[in-house]
Design a protein around this ligand. Structure first.
Ligand code: ADP
Length: 469
């Protein structure tokens, strides 16, 4: 079996969120047991020198929509992991992955169509037998591979159903997708073209990134208009819980931290907290430190957090936020945080800073409205930071309400109503735990020992592939 794993983002080359993390960690874990090649676009902002990215000498012209698109393949890597990169100027020569924060480039259909056609051509040239496609950016490759007569099987993973890749009907022609696929059973979605729907229709197997999310998206509340379609295809739908790379996220060796630590000696974590508070200029070491790391979008419950901040700030806690979003959301966050001494907010994407936050924090807030899997809570636990989450999707599968008498992997605070009062009550419970030093230490150390490694997930995917090929 020769596996081609295609993704629009792979850590550390380009990352906007969890898709990049898992697109690095999962193939890496599978490579110990199988032949896996990863493929992604060579965006202009990728540091070619740092990753030793060089041409393979392979290039071809993709012909579709009445135009020819020249594509060049590159190779490069990070640590022992090598990836293949697709270069075409229209696809790659941009400042952002998908568009400026909160926006999407107008020609994203054509950009990612070039990527999809390149996936199929690469699979054909190198006789790959299994295509693993991820999210809407790569979804049409399942259909294009079938149309091209490839015998490779395809697995399509839904990392987030809220982003489906919806384009006007005129898009079909320019993206080289045959008009006959524009029907209810395939791409048609309220008169528009829906790439995610095409992926679900044409892949041999469809997965979601947690078991709970696989069930939730078959209901109207979380189905984003595709719940009925997913119910129809539910025999090939399976939820496989994501995991994290425990080498990338390892407090005992993480170079971004001022001090390393493990669950046996947590003094280093205290130092991380002191230094971080120094870095953000809040001199309140004795207060519990809550952090929020993530995209400032409704999905992540940023609106709920904004509505809760006023009350939260009256409590003896420190709250630090890191994230990026549209100008209007950033403005609302700024307003909420303004002139509150124990609140801190940083806009932008900063990998090293986020690691320092995970290490420094006592609690991670994840009030997501819905959550396909979520990696933050697993990363937090690895760093001895107790999660406080809304009990949905992957958060439900990974964070179990603290029950001192029970030892269920992954313990934290779970609230069930998207209301400030519900979130605040959970925060108050967390503060109580923080001041019960023994119980706090025990849960923290227990969470650090929980196994959220991607290795389990890799085995499940390999089993799925084997069943198909
Ligand atoms: P998403 O829905 O955004 O993919 P996940 O929880 O699956 O959410 O994964 C988020 C990943 O992105 C984690 O590795 C998290 O630490 C990282 N991340 C999110 N926002 C930022 C940011 N502003 N700076 C640094 N890292 C971030």
């Amino acid at each position: 079996m020769k596996i081609l794993f295609a993704s629009a983002e792979i850590f550390p080359f380009a990352k906007s969120g969890g898709l990049a993390d898992i697109s690095y960690a999962l193939p890496k874990a599978m490579r110990e047991l199988a032949d896996v090649t990863t493929l992604m676009p060579l965006y202009r902002f990728i540091d070619k020198e740092r990753y030793g990215i060089r041409p393979t000498g392979e290039h071809f012209t993709l012909r579709f929509g009445g135009t020819g698109y020249d594509v060049e393949l590159f190779k490069g890597g990070w640590e022992a992991e090598e990836a293949v990169f697709v270069y075409n100027p229209l696809l790659c020569d941009r400042d952002h992955l998908y568009g400026p924060p909160g926006e999407g480039y107008e020609d994203n259909d054509l950009r990612f169509a070039i990527f999809c056609h390149a996936i199929v051509e690469t699979a054909r040239r190198y006789a790959f037998t299994l295509l693993h496609l991820n999210d809407w950016h790569t979804a049409p490759a399942a259909l294009l591979a079938r149309d091209a007569g490839l015998r490779a099987k395809s697995v399509f993973t839904i990392h987030n159903l809220a982003y489906q890749g919806i384009f006007p009907p005129e898009s079909l022609k320019r993206t080289g997708i045959a008009q006959r696929h524009f029907c209810m059973e395939e791409l048609e979605f309220f008169g528009q073209v829906n790439w995610m729907k095409g992926g679900i229709a044409h892949a041999d197997a469809v997965t979601t990134v947690s078991p709970s999310y696989a069930v939730e998206i078959q209901e109207p509340e979380y189905g984003c208009g595709l719940d009925g379609f997913l119910r129809k295809h539910n025999r090939k739908l399976k939820g496989i819980l994501n995991g994290i790379d425990t080498e990338v996220f390892n407090p005992s060796s993480d170079a971004a931290l001022p001090e390393n630590y493990d669950e046996k000696s947590l003094e280093g974590k205290d130092i991380c907290k002191r230094r971080f508070l120094g870095e953000i200029n809040i001199d309140k070491y004795e207060y519990p430190l809550f952090v929020f790391i993530g995209r400032f979008v409704e999905q992540k419950g940023i609106d709920l957090l904004i509505d809760t901040i006023e009350e939260a700030a009256k409590r003896p806690i420190v709250l630090a936020l890191l994230g990026d979003g549209s100008e209007s959301v950033k403005h609302a966050v700024e307003e909420a945080v303004r002139s509150k001494e124990t609140l801190y907010c940083r806009f932008g994407y900063d990998e090293a800073f986020s690691h320092r936050m995970y290490a420094a924090a006592d609690f991670l807030l994840m009030p997501s409205r819905f959550e396909p899997c979520g990696l933050n809570q697993m990363i937090a636990m690895r760093y001895g930071t107790i999660p406080l989450v809304h009990g949905v999707g992957g958060l439900r599968d990974t964070v179990h309400k603290i029950e001192p008498s029970q030892r269920i992997c992954g313990q934290g605070f779970v609230f069930t109503q998207m209301k400030p009062a519900s979130l605040l009550a959970a925060m108050d419970d967390a503060v109580k735990l923080y001041h019960d030093k023994n119980a706090f230490k025990q849960i923290r150390a227990f969470d650090m020992r929980c196994d959220f490694s991607v290795k389990r997930c890799a085995k499940e995917y390999l089993k799925l592939y084997e069943g198909l090929v």
